[in-house]
Design a binder for this molecule. Structure first.
Ligand code: NDP
Length: 336
């Protein structure tokens, strides 16, 4: 049984030395427990926050503890009345081959599901985040301009496609020509601007000739600085993620942009709302699953995965995710 533990806390950008791969015995389930074999492991940006011990909405991973993660797993052995060997489940088993569970938080999946890894992506937490963040907070109306950052990623790609289904003009922001081309040609966005171009703010302004009505924030930093002056009166901003800031060690010493932001919020009557997806499962998950399954079946939503093979490659893949080296939802195939 291999597992990846947090060896030390990063200061700034994490490195491979913050992780350690260990071998332990495969555990044996006691009465009331199941033994799970992890097949797919989800890598997500929030894990960077859990490597630090600052205050947050979730507890940090302890040093020497297994890195936490959403996983798809097979029940290998069961001493639990509700599960039998062979069941496919969604679990929080973390970065490891095997895990014990008492059944708490396990969700059974259809064992014949065509793509079980979708339970960690378009039909799972990132897809649900896109759905709630866009529809409930962004409230897009047909004809409006929706801008989404990290536009080809797990969340952003779904945001933009739902906005197109709702009749909006969609402008993505992504890193590099390949990702931008994919957003337009494959995902059907109206435009996609490379945030690494020297004239990115000008290009964005040109692509949003009528301003921005809904902005789905995944990034923060210079990307938000380019978006802010383009926001229309009564714009809605969903603050979902700030990945450009996750490795920051201080607030930086550039000019203070806060007065600019406050003035824009006031004069343009902008609504900005933070989103933590855990809050919405009880009320919105069933509507999401029903809509998203239909859209997938009808071919209206496409979803790209960036699959990495082997648990031992999870740390490197995670570091890549924080730098935009991924192209699509990052999934580690542990034993798929
Ligand atoms: P992605 O698959 O989109 O991968 C992250 C992407 O972020 C990278 O591929 C890269 O895309 C972009 N990125 C990284 N660093 C920078 C940077 N410095 N400047 C600009 N872009 C950068 O990840 P997810 O879809 O899983 O997550 C997207 C966001 O949503 C994250 O901020 C995450 O924390 C947040 N999130 C929030 C949730 C909530 O409940 N609030 C739930 C789920 C996700 P590119 O190459 O295009 O720049």
């Amino acid at each position: 049984n291999r597992r990846v533990v947090l060896a030390s806390r990063p200061h700034g950008t994490p490195t491979l030395s913050n992780f350690r791969l260990e071998e332990t015995a495969i555990p044996t389930p006691a009465t009331g427990q199941v033994l799970l074999r992890v097949t797919y492991l989800s890598l997500d940006p929030y894990m960077r926050g859990r490597m630090s011990d600052g205050p947050s909405y979730v507890a940090p991973v302890a040093i020497d503890e297994v890195m936490g993660a959403g996983t798809v797993a097979r029940v290998e052995a069961s001493q639990h009345p509700d599960f039998k060997a062979g069941d496919l489940v969604l679990s929080q088993s973390g970065w490891q081959d095997y895990a014990l569970s008492d059944g708490t938080g396990l969700t059974k999946l259809d064992p014949n599901m065509e793509k079980p890894s979708y339970a960690l992506g378009v039909l799972g937490m990132p897809g649900f985040t896109a759905y709630v963040g866009l529809l409930d907070i962004g409230q897009p109306k047909a004809g409006e301009t929706v801008v989404v950052a990290a536009a080809t990623g797990a969340v952003g790609s779904v945001v933009g496609q739902i906005a197109k289904l709702k009749g909006c003009r969609v402008v993505g922001i992504a890193g590099g020509a390949d990702k931008c081309r994919y957003a337009v040609e494959e995902l059907g966005f109206d435009a996609c601007i490379d945030h690494r171009s020297a004239d990115f703010p000008q290009q964005l302004a040109k692509a949003c000739a009528k301003g921005i009505d809904v902005y789905f924030e995944n990034v923060g930093g210079p990307v938000f600085a380019a978006v802010l002056p383009l926001l229309n009166v009564a714009a809605r901003v969903t603050v979902c993620g700030l990945i450009a800031q996750y490795n920051a060690t201080d607030v930086g010493d550039g000019p203070d942009q806060l007065p600019l932001l406050m003035r824009a919020i006031l004069t343009k009557r902008i609504k900005m709302q933070g989103l933590i997806i855990f809050d919405h499962y009880a009320t919105r998950q069933s509507a999401f699953l029903s809509d998203m399954s239909t859209w997938l079946k009808e071919g209206k939503i496409k979803f790209r995965e960036d699959i990495v093979t082997g648990l031992e490659n999870a740390p490197q893949a995670f570091l890549g995710l924080l730098e935009g080296k991924n192209f699509g939802k990052v999934i580690v195939n542990v034993a798929g």
